[in-house]
Design a protein around this ligand. Structure first.
Ligand code: ATP
Ligand code: MG
Length: 396
């Protein structure tokens, strides 16, 4: 079939042709941010889920929804090895400049920009990766303590006051939140705590890997009272069917029932895999309807494509000992696995491999669903590890 018309969109953060199965969560977030605008108590929302389940595209969609009804927003992604103030400052500045164009909010938004200047000046020593243009001179005593926890509180307070002035809310979208260092997470949590106490319209909508709630709780014990952690998982059978069928139908193409079932089974409903299978089924079929035979052909090329991209980018970031650790996990099956069993598979003591496990958690490759358990953050990664390091050679 015509490759130009292929509607599927596998890729990191690439919007799908049909965002299936997430309406309830969108509505939940919509209510949360509308409540904050109305000055009512609400919890910030942190969506957690494995790699490729659709956190980023959902975050972006929710942001579009929010902007469409007049919320002030900013969006950042926390990369590994960068400080939170460094990633926040430029986006805060943009958002405040925009807010300052509004006549009624101008004075407070400008005050917030002066706060930002103080914030950046005072924190530059500690976080030398901050780079941002400043539009105003700092206001002495405003967010310029040099202590992130204090200064972020003060800054978000003025931001909240400016937003309140024009009857909107300031919504911060932060992706990949598991990479934010714990002391900086703590500062963010306590700043949100303060704005909540003051009933100021500031709210966070974030996304991250499943280790995020645990990290938040150890950063600040009261975090669970301030945040909801909805889980984003694979799509249900029916939603997975919608994700596959609707985009093709819009192009006049149908699937055989059995073909559809085969795709849902192979992908286990994981959004990234659904897009990849859809794309390759389209490529394999000569005509509508797409058949089981087409799916069989497509499965081979879809897996090869995933091995070259989705899985590969993760694998290439691993050291040899980390690869070995993950390969041992894969040897044991899809998991979760006891640390002792993984160590046993490696013929090592648990303590001696604990540092490797910790590094893998920091890199976001694995997480700990409960004490002493280890699970992959990438769906079907066990099968990939067995494909890329076949046989027994990896043990030597
Ligand atoms: N609800 C959905 N229905 C159909 N396809 C989806 C859905 N959500 C995401 N996708 C598709 O899945 C792929 C992965 O989405 P996305 O990058 O948002 O995942 P993610 O959870 O952010 O992954 P990562 O943890 O690797 O950043 C994209 O190709 C996207 O189009
Ligand atoms: Mg993402």
């Amino acid at each position: 079939m015509d490759p130009i018309q292929n509607p599927y969109a596998p890729g990191a953060g690439t919007p799908p042709p049909e965002l299936a199965g997430r309406d309830e969560l969108r509505e939940q977030v919509r209510i949360a941010i509308e409540r904050v605008r109305a000055g009512r108590s609400t919890k910030s929302v942190l969506m957690v889920g494995l790699r490729g389940v659709g956190k980023t595209v959902l975050l972006d969609r929710i942001r579009d929804d929010a902007m469409a009804v007049g919320f002030q927003t900013m969006r950042v992604e926390a990369p590994e090895h960068r400080s939170l103030p460094a990633i926040l400052a430029p986006e805060l500045r943009q958002a405040l400049l925009k807010l300052s164009q509004n006549e009624q909010a101008r004075d407070l938004a400008r005050r917030a920009l002066r706060g930002l200047a103080g914030f950046v000046g005072a924190l530059k020593v500690r976080y030398d990766d901050i780079e941002v243009g400043l539009d105003f001179d700092p206001e002495p005593g405003l967010a310029d303590n040099g202590d992130l926890e204090h200064d972020l509180q003060a800054l978000l307070e003025v931001v909240g006051q400016a937003a309140a002035k024009v009857n909107t809310a300031f919504v911060m979208f932060i992706d990949e939140m598991q990479y934010v260092a714990e002391d900086q997470l703590a500062a963010l949590i306590s700043a949100l705590h303060r704005t909540a106490q003051r009933q100021l319209p500031v709210v966070l909508v974030g996304a991250g890997l499943p280790q995020l709630p645990g990290r938040m709780g150890s950063a600040k014990s009261y975090a669970e009272r301030l945040f909801d952690f909805p889980e984003i998982g694979p799509l249900t059978h029916d939603d997975a069917a919608i994700a596959i069928v609707n985009p093709a139908r819009a192009e006049g193409v149908e699937y055989d029932r059995a073909a559809l079932e085969r795709i849902i089974q192979a992908t286990q409903g994981y959004p990234y895999f659904l897009q990849e299978w859809g794309k390759h089924c389209w490529g394999a079929a000569d005509e509508s309807p797409i058949t089981v035979k087409d799916v069989e052909t497509a499965s081979v090329s879809a897996i090869a494509a995933l091995d070259e991209s989705f899985f590969r980018v993760r694998f290439d970031r691993l050291t040899p000992s980390e690869k070995k650790y993950l390969r041992s996990m894969a040897q044991l099956g899809s998991g979760p696995h006891r640390s002792g069993d993984v160590a046993h598979e490696l013929q090592r003591e648990v303590q001696s491999v604990a540092p490797i496990r910790s590094k893998l958690i920091l890199k976001g490759m694995v997480w700990s669903p409960s004490h002493g358990d280890t699970a992959f953050t990438v769906p079907l990664f066990d099968e990939f590890m067995n494909r890329i390091m076949p046989g027994d050679d990896w043990r030597t």
